[in-house]
Design a protein around this ligand. Structure first.
Ligand code: ATP
Ligand code: MG
Ligand code: MG
Ligand code: MG
Length: 575
């Protein structure tokens, strides 16, 4: 590429709303421009980096046997109604009507659509296993889009979906994707860690997130340096810590996310990041068989989310006889339970599910709790004094130095950016949407599914968070918009310089190096500042002085000083 024919949109200043380095630098380097909250134009420099990420992802997905498809961004509501997520997904799902008043969504993810493909296309066990993937724009109406492409509303994702006959097959497909992810993030040149994760609203069992380690990450990760243990500490910051942990073991029958819609409503009210709340569940307690009252739950959530633990304010327990008419007073609670009201802490969906209370509330048993939705109640919830301590794998209160759940060291904490996520979905969607195959006996069996996401555009932000300095971005070569920049000193003045710069440029191009020649005739200061800001990892400076000795200057973007190279070596840079 010749810079004179390229578009360079570098800026001196970043806009005021760019809070973190990657967002500031992507704006300043002319990679992206804001169109609306969480919605960006990708300018040529930005798109070049995106395409490089996509290429690596595509190569590794193909190598792992996945087959590329392209599914619609606009999806009919019926599919979401079939899976049950039309109700569950909440305001992050962008819904709209067409001219015939038929309802649609702009796809935030594609489990429904691909399950629909599978039930139409997969007939026999002979067609299994199969894995379909796509690289496509998603839309999620994030409550707080921020950090540029890191938490956009419109963003590019690679999503893959595996279909297997049985759980052994699913595990093998999952492992293949896990291994492909390790290769992808290694090739992207990122420092990352795979961590155990909870399954959020997608459901199912068995899930890992891939996190790029960075202080600006929105997630907290607990890991043990002396073992393999690493897990996402969901909601560790957003939710209040429980002062003293008495334990209660609820005979919970479901691990889905009850009350999601209400959690979302509360999150919106409080301006809290949605994902922090929906991945935790707060249980309210009702008398057996009572219909829980939305206000009761909402009040408890609000108190918890605000970190307001004052016992006097938690008056949200219903008592037998009170019905849903009003909250119990503290005196009534004391009278009934013989103890002042405690509060119920949030529980994580991570297995095994544990219910935490700040003190053991005696004499409660067989309660029904959960959300005000059919099938989202936990029944037979019991707790008492003699129950075991909470599972250490519940990490929300973990501090550095705590024992690792695997007993093989102590916990350390760091922050991470979730760039990839692999799930074993099982038959959640295939059962809801009747996606079956015929086994050898000709009997229909539900397809075992896995799903695997990578945040393509988020990776750009994450890579910058790990690789920058005062002058700008320092791209890993594998995803740099250009691998090498040639800066000629006096391209418009010196015949020798121009000839040699053109020659090295042509040689590198011919060798397949992604090189840009800065033929704009700009002053050295301007050239250097632009390419350092843009983050090109390798620079060749060609000037009359060096050429006299047959030399050009090479400087890696991280190098403190340039080194002199014989011209012939410049021709072989990166080859
Ligand atoms: P987060 O916890 O950050 O909200 P998620 O768990 O909701 O992400 P997934 O449903 O697992 O996201 O989607 C797969 C991948 O898509 C994520 O691992 C992430 O890299 C990317 N991704 C998700 N939401 C966004 C977003 N708003 N902007 C950019 N990338 C995103
Ligand atoms: Mg999310
Ligand atoms: Mg997540
Ligand atoms: Mg995720």
């Amino acid at each position: 590429m010749k810079a004179s024919r390229f578009f360079i949109g570098t800026l001196k200043e970043a806009p005021a709303d760019a809070e973190i380095v990657s967002h500031q630098l992507m704006m300043r380097a002319g990679m992206i421009r804001r169109v609306a909250g969480g919605i960006y134009d990708y300018l040529p420099i930005g798109l070049r980096a995106i395409r490089k990420v996509e290429k690596i992802v595509r190569e590794e997905m193909d190598a792992a046997g996945a087959l590329e498809v392209l599914l619609p961004a606009v999806q009919p509501a019926e599919l979401w109604q079939e899976s049950g997520r039309w109700e569950q997904y909440g305001p992050e799902l962008l819904r709209f009507k067409d001219r015939h008043q038929r309802e649609f969504v702009v796809g935030p993810t594609h489990e429904e659509v691909i399950t629909d493909v599978a039930r139409r296309e997969i007939r026999s066990y002979r067609q299994l296993p199969v894995n379909f993937y796509q690289i496509q724009t998603k839309f999620r109406d994030e409550i707080r889009p921020r950090f540029g492409v890191m938490r956009g509303r419109e963003f590019i994702m690679k999503d893959a979906y595996s279909f297997d006959r049985d759980t052994d097959g699913l595990k093998a497909s999952y492992q293949r994707m896990y291994d492909a992810y390790v290769r992808i993030f290694t090739r992207l040149g990122l420092r990352f860690r795979a961590v155990e994760a909870d399954n959020g609203s997608i459901g199912g069992s068995g899930s890992h997130e891939f996190h790029v380690i960075a202080d600006t990450g929105e997630d907290a990760i607990a890991f043990c340096p002396t073992s393999d243990f690493a897990a996402n500490v969901e909601a560790a910051e957003a939710l209040p810590l429980l002062p003293a942990r008495g334990a209660a073991d609820a005979a919970l029958t479901k691990t889905s996310t009850p009350g999601r819609a209400k959690c979302e409503a509360v999150a919106e009210l409080l301006g809290l990041p949605l994902e922090r709340t929906v991945k935790s569940i707060v249980l309210a307690v009702d008398q057996p068989g009572a219909t829980p009252d939305a206000a009761v739950h909402t009040q408890i959530w609000m108190l918890l989310l605000r970190g307001d633990h004052s016992l006097n304010e938690v008056k949200a327990f219903k008592l037998p006889g009170l019905g849903g008419a009003r909250f119990a007073t503290e005196a009534e609670i004391v009278e009934h339970f013989g103890t002042p009201p405690g509060y119920l802490g949030p529980i994580a969906t991570r297995k095994p599910v544990k219910l935490l209370v700040d003190r053991t509330v005696a004499r409660m048993s067989d309660f029904v709790c959960g959300a005000n939705e059919a099938d989202f109640h936990f029944t037979g919830v019991n707790w008492g004094r003699d129950l075991p301590e909470p599972d250490v794998a519940d990490l929300r209160n973990v501090v550095a130095g705590d024992p690792s759940p695997d007993g093989r060291g102590t916990i350390e904490l760091c922050r991470g950016i979730e760039v990839g996520h692999v799930f074993q979905l099982g038959t959640k969607y295939s059962e809801a949407m009747s996606a079956t195959y015929l086994d050898e006996a000709g009997k229909p069996q539900p397809l075992q599914m896995g799903c695997y996401g990578i945040g393509v555009t988020r990776i750009l932000g994450a890579a910058i968070e790990q690789n920058y300095d005062a002058r700008g971005i320092i791209w890993p070569t594998s995803i740099a918009p250009f691998e090498v920049v040639i800066c000629p000193m006096g391209y418009d003045r010196s015949e020798t310089v121009r000839t040699e710069a053109d020659r090295v440029y042509a040689a590198l191009l011919a060798a397949g190096v992604d090189v840009v020649l800065d033929d704009r005739g700009e002053r050295p200061g301007v050239m250097f500042a632009d390419w350092e800001l843009i983050g090109v990892p390798h620079r060749l400076v060609i000037g009359d002085r060096g050429l006299k000795d047959g030399k050009v200057e090479y400087q890696g973007r991280r190098d403190a000083e340039a080194t002199l190279l014989p011209v012939a070596e410049a021709d072989r840079l990166l080859i």
